[in-house]
Design a protein around this ligand. Structure first.
Ligand SMILES: NC(=O)c1ccc[n+]([C@@H]2O[C@H](COP(=O)([O-])OP(=O)(O)OC[C@H]3O[C@@H](n4cnc5c(N)ncnc54)[C@H](OP(=O)(O)O)[C@@H]3O)[C@@H](O)[C@H]2O)c1
Length: 208
């Protein structure tokens, strides 16, 4: 199970208190993953909170050391945000959860994360449904005998990411587990070089 520290919480004490409240409310023995939801409060997207994020990360390390979470990480952090918290950290973020789908792959963050052993989780890997009608992806999916969604999820896995699809339909949930096929290298190249497959979709201001 994953839970997140609200982007609005930017103090050491606030982080410990929010985690305690979540842990009590869930009534569990441990969490798999606890993430800092964003480098900025959601009402101030894109603003700089470097100093506060260092304080928050100090608290995240304490939470990890308490044994109540198996992993700690961040979300919506760009390379600068990651470097900022890693500078004096005893424990680096283990995960960065970012928006990522065919044609919107945030390469600077993904490359930096790979070099630093940070697992990238791809949120909205289907662009919240926005890429499902893309004709180029659909044509390639047909070639493999899979759905557009399955191809888009497999694309994330072959790029070394963990996709986080959301589905309310039981058939979609089942289909999203059937990813045991391989996209050929030349098709991965095509997918990796495609323009945004859901250009009208909301894009988070993470890249940088
Ligand atoms: N960290 C962050 O700041 C952040 C921000 C946004 C999202 N997220 C997380 O990312 C996860 C997913 O994001 P998301 O909801 O934006 O979108 P998504 O997974 O990209 O897309 C969800 C849409 O795709 C459809 N779908 C799923 N599987 C399908 C399939 N096999 N075939 C056809 N359609 C399929 C769903 O339909 P049905 O519902 O009808 O099945 C739904 O309409 C969520 O769990 C969310 O918590 C994190």
């Amino acid at each position: 199970m994953t839970s997140k520290l609200p982007g609005e919480t930017k103090t050491y004490d606030g982080t410990l208190a929010d985690f305690d409240a979540t842990f009590k409310a869930l009534d569990i023995d441990y969490l798999d993953l606890y993430l800092v939801h964003a480098p900025w409060p959601w009402s101030q997207i894109g603003t700089n909170h470097d100093k506060e994020n260092v304080d928050v990360w100090r608290a995240m390390q304490e939470i990890y050391k308490s044994g109540r979470v198996k992993a700690i990480g961040v979300s919506n952090f760009n390379v600068h945000d990651l470097q900022n918290v890693m500078q004096d950290a005893e424990i680096a973020p283990m995960v960065d959860q970012i928006q990522y789908y065919v044609g919107f792959t945030e390469p600077k963050i993904a490359d930096f994360a790979k070099q630093n052993n940070i697992l990238v989780e791809a949120y909205s890997p289907l662009a919240t449904g926005g890429l499902l009608n893309n004709e180029d992806v659909a044509a390639m999916a047909k070639k493999y005998g899979v759905s557009v969604a399955q191809l888009a999820l497999r694309f994330c896995i072959q790029n070394g990411l963990l996709p986080l699809p959301k589905a309310t339909s039981a058939a979609h949930i089942e289909a999203n587990k059937e990813l045991d096929f391989t996209i050929q290298d030349e098709d991965m190249d095509k997918l990796n070089n495609m323009p945004d497959t859901a250009p009208s979709h909301f894009h988070n201001a993470t890249q940088g």
